[in-house]
Design a protein around this ligand. Structure first.
Ligand code: C2E
Ligand code: MG
Ligand code: MG
Ligand code: MG
Length: 290
C-alpha cells in the first residue's frame, strides 16, 4: 500500500511542479497578512510631457517588502492576489494611498499632478469598485481629473457589457481611463472605441521590432494621428533610449515614461524632480489640440 501511495504521488506531482506549487503557496500564505502588517508601499515613476519635457504625472507601482525575502516584484505576486481575491483589499489600499500622497504633493507644489493607478480585472469585476473610487477621492480631497485608472486589454474583453457600463460610470465620476500595455494583446483601436478611453499606453514592444531595432517613425506617426482622431492621448512606456525618445517626439506622441527619464522611486525622491522642473499646465488626459 505504501508502494501504491508512493507511485500515486509521482503520478500526480511532478518534482518541479511540487517546488513551484510550494513556492506559490508560501507566497500566498505570507500575502494574506501583508496588508495589515503594512508591508506594501508605492513607488512612483514620472510621466513627461513630450512637448515641454516637464513631468506632468506619475504612475503608482506597488512594492512588497517581504519580512524574510526582501522585495518581491509585482510580477511574482499580483497574479496570486488576483487568483485569491486579495487584489480587492490591496487594490483599495493602493487607490487610497496614491490619492492621499498625490493630494499632498499637489499642495506642496501648488500645481496639478495626475496620478495613474493600475487596476486589475478582478477589481473592475467587483460591483463596489466605482464607490471605492468615489470614496478615495472624497476622503483624500484629490480632484477627480487628477486620477487616471490603467486597465489592461484583457480586463476590457472579459465582460464587455458590464465593463462598458462601469467605465461610463467612472467617466461620470470624472477620472481619466487608460489602456495599459497597448500592443501586447489582441485588441485594436477600432475595438477600443466601444469604451470611453482617454489614454493609450503603448507597450515598450510597440516601437521595438523583433530584431531589436526601432520601428519606422511613419508607422508610429500614423498610429498617433489615428489615436488623436479618436480623441485619445498617447503615452509611451518603457522608453530606455534617446533614439526611441526622439522617434516618439517626431511622431507627436503626447507623453513618455521609462528608465531613460526616471525609474520608479519613493515619492519623497520624486518630489525634488517635480520641484526643479518648470510648471506644466497641459492636462495629461487630453491629446494636444489639432
Ligand atoms: P505596468 O503597469 O505596465 O508598469 C510598467 C512596468 O514597467 C513597471 O514594472 C515599471 O517599473 C517598468 N518600467 C518602467 N520603465 C521601464 C523601462 O524603461 N524599461 C523596462 N524594461 N521596464 C520599465 P513593475 O513596477 O515591476 O510592475 C509590473 C507590473 O505589475 C505593472 O506593469 C502592473 O501590471 C503590475 N502592477 C504594479 N503595481 C500594481 C498595482 O498597484 N496594482 C495592480 N493591479 N497591478 C500593479
Ligand atoms: Mg501600468
Ligand atoms: Mg504598462
Ligand atoms: Mg508593460
Amino acid at each position: 500500500r505504501a508502494k501504491d501511495a508512493g507511485r500515486n504521488r509521482y503520478r500526480f506531482f511532478e518534482p518541479e511542479m511540487t517546488v513551484a506549487t510550494q513556492a506559490r503557496m508560501a507566497l500566498e500564505v505570507s500575502l494574506r497578512p501583508a496588508l495589515a502588517r503594512a508591508e506594501f508601499e508605492l513607488h512612483y515613476q514620472p510621466r513627461i510631457d513630450l512637448h515641454t519635457m516637464a513631468p506632468v504625472g506619475m504612475e503608482a507601482l506597488i512594492r512588497w517588502n517581504h519580512p524574510e525575502r526582501g522585495r518581491v516584484p509585482p510580477q511574482q505576486f499580483i497574479a496570486i492576489t488576483e487568483e485569491t481575491g486579495l487584489i480587492v483589499p490591496i487594490g483599495r489600499w493602493v487607490l487610497q494611498e496614491a490619492c492621499m500622497r498625490t493630494r499632498a504633493l499637489m499642495a506642496d507644489l501648488g500645481r496639478k499632478i495626475v496620478v495613474s493607478v493600475n487596476v486589475s480585472a478582478g477589481q473592475l469585476g467587483n460591483s463596489g469598485f466605482v464607490d471605492e473610487v468615489r470614496e478615495a477621492l472624497a476622503q483624500t480631497g484629490l480632484p477627480p481629473d487628477c486620477l487616471e485608472l490603467e486597465l489592461t486589454e484583457s480586463a476590457l474583453i472579459e465582460d464587455i457589457e458590464h465593463t462598458a457600463s462601469m467605465l461610463r460610470e467612472l467617466k461620470r465620476v470624472g477620472v481619466a481611463l487608460a489602456v495599459d500595455d497597448f500592443g501586447t494583446g489582441a485588441s485594436s483601436l477600432a475595438y477600443l472605441r466601444r469604451f470611453p478611453i482617454d489614454v493609450l499606453k503603448l507597450d515598450r514592444s510597440f516601437v521595438l521590432q523583433k530584431d531589436g531595432n526601432v520601428t519606422t517613425s511613419d508607422f508610429v506617426k500614423a498610429f498617433v494621428d489615428l489615436a488623436h482622431a479618436l480623441n485619445m492621448a498617447v503615452v509611451a512606456e518603457g522608453v530606455e533610449t534617446e533614439e526611441v525618445l526622439q522617434l516618439l517626439r517626431q511622431a507627436r506622441c503626447d507623453q513618455a515614461q521609462g528608465y531613460l527619464l526616471a525609474k520608479p522611486m519613493p515619492l519623497d525622491e520624486l518630489r525634488a524632480r517635480f520641484t526643479q522642473s518648470a510648471p506644466g499646465t497641459r492636462s495629461a488626459a487630453r491629446p494636444a489640440a489639432p
